[in-house]
Structure formats: C-alpha cells, structure tokens
Design a protein around this ligand. Structure first.
Ligand code: SF4
Length: 281
C-alpha cells in the first residue's frame, strides 16, 4: 500500500487548473494552425489568427485564455493500492480548485443553489469529480475547465436502436446546427454512445480528453468520427460563427455496451478554448 498525503493532491490540482487556463495544449494549437492553413473564409482566418495570438499572450503573460475560466471537471484514476492520509481526497481536490482560483486570479464561475439561490460560491468549488479505481499505486488526475457557453449547447438523446448510425449522425448534426455560434467555434465534439443516460453523458466528456487528431482505436468508430467531422464542417458555421469551412477541429467517440432496447447518444461540445492538463502522483 502506498501512502499519499492529500496535500499533494491539492497542490497538483491547483497547478493543473492554472496550467490548463494559461496554456492551450500543443495538440489544440496544432489543430488551430492546421485550420488556419485550410480555412477558406477571410473572416474565418482572422478569427483563427486572433485565437492563436491570444493563446501566445496567455502563455507568455500567464493570464487566462478566456474570461470564462470554466467549471472544474476533474477525472481521477486512483490506484487501488493507494491510501490517502491527512483527510478527505474529495475535499483535497476542492481545496486545489479553490487555490487555483485564488492564485491564478481565475474567475469565480460556480453558483450553489442552482435552482433558486444561485449564489456564487466564490472559489469555483465544488469540482465535478469523476473517480475511477484502477490497478496499481499511482494517482492520475486530468482537469478540464469547462466553459459555460459550450457546455450549455451539449445535448443527450435516448435514441431507439432502429435509429442506428444514421440517427446518431442526424442527432450530432442537429446539435451542432442548433448551437450555431454559441459554443465559440471552431469546436471539438465529444460523443458518448451506449451505456445508460448518465454513462453516455460521461463518455462524451471523457472523449474530450483524447488529444486532438487521435482517432478511436476501433476502425469503424474512427471512420464515423471522420464522417461526422466532414459533415459538421459542411454546415458552414465557421470560426466564430462568421461562416467558413472550419467549424469543428475534431470528433472523438467513446462507446459502451447498452440495453437491447436503448441507444443513448450524448454530445458534449468543447469550445476553441479546449483546455485540459494532466499530472500524476
Ligand atoms: S465557450 Fe469557451 S471560448 Fe466561449 S466564452 Fe466559454 S470558455 Fe470562453
């Protein structure tokens, strides 16, 4: 059994949230650069150039990539041979989120009493924490600060099995079409297929953790990702929603077995500020 002090968890989460908010991942930068090379709309190219310039300034000056510094989605893989000492793991993660907000001057974007009070918690807590027990004695943490503009445009459908692949494609295209400029395109799409309603939603967010340009290991899903990318880009929404050939930079699909009567499909839209960071203990 390996012992890990929860203060190490707090320090790691704080560092990762600041890193994610200041440094756009290299694969996202490369996707934006590739989009700039192929975008046909002059206005679209202007938007892409501005996004790349913005990413450079954020990295140089350690300022947030966007004013919406996101809700703290945290994915933790915890080795089953780990014992946490010094308190609660969940509380340690929240302390890390709060520390990042304070030290990194990140916007406080979370309200409690979502239905009635909607009072700002003041420190971006609580995180939305997904914990998975895995083999070994390591802890891997990935953070995904999720902007409200893109999260709001995400959708879930409980399709019928008879709707098939065509139904999935239509739902994804409908979702992106309804979203229009709201999720700050060019976007990334995480698609979760199968499981239950809640599992499909989780899969769609986990799909956003895959580096841009890394297709599914399943050949048929990889082909579906490529087909969806082409069809979404044919919608012509373009960078910033000003029209153009690049609406989407990547589609990632994650799949899980489901009930014989079900075909859950979730689409989690990620904006151009596709922030994430990962680290281990
Ligand atoms: S959707 Fe993304 S780019 Fe748009 S305001 Fe929110 S965080 Fe920023």
């Amino acid at each position: 059994m390996r012992e890990i002090d929860v203060n190490e968890v707090t320090a790691l989460v704080s560092r990762l949230f600041q890193e994610a908010n200041f440094l756009l991942p290299a694969d996202v930068i490369e996707s934006l650069q590739a989009a700039l090379a192929r975008e046909e709309s002059p206005l679209g190219r202007d938007v892409l150039e501005a996004l790349l310039k913005n990413a450079g300034i954020a990295a140089r000056e350690r300022v947030p990539l966007c004013q919406d510094t996101g809700l703290a989605a945290v994915f933790a893989e915890v080795g089953q041979e780990v014992h946490f000492s010094g308190g609660s793991f969940v509380a340690a993660v929240d302390r890390g989120v709060a520390a990042a907000q304070a030290e990194g001057y990140l916007r406080a974007s979370v309200v409690s009493g979502a239905c009635f009070e909607r009072a700002n918690t003041g420190d971006n807590t609580p995180a939305v924490l997904h914990t998975e027990l895995v083999a070994g004695d390591r802890v891997n943490i990935t953070v995904l600060p999720k902007g409200g503009g893109s999260e709001n445009m995400s959708r879930l459908a409980m399709l019928k099995p008879a709707d098939g692949v065509e139904g999935i494609i239509n739902f994804v295209l409908e979702t992106v079409g309804l979203a229009g400029a709201n999720p700050c395109p060019p976007i990334f799409l995480g698609v979760g297929i199968g499981g239950t309603m809640d599992r499909a939603a989780l899969l769609s967010k986990q799909a956003l953790l895959r580096p841009a340009g890394s297709p599914s290991a399943d050949g048929r899903l990889a082909q579906l990702e490529a087909d969806l990318l082409e069809k979404v880009n044919a919608l012509g929404i373009g960078p910033g929603g000003f029209g153009g050939t690049v609406t989407c930079l990547g589609v990632a699909i994650e799949e899980y077995p489901c009930h014989i009567a079900s075909l859950p499909v979730a689409v989690n839209i990620q904006c151009n500020s596709a922030r994430r960071a990962a680290g281990s203990l």
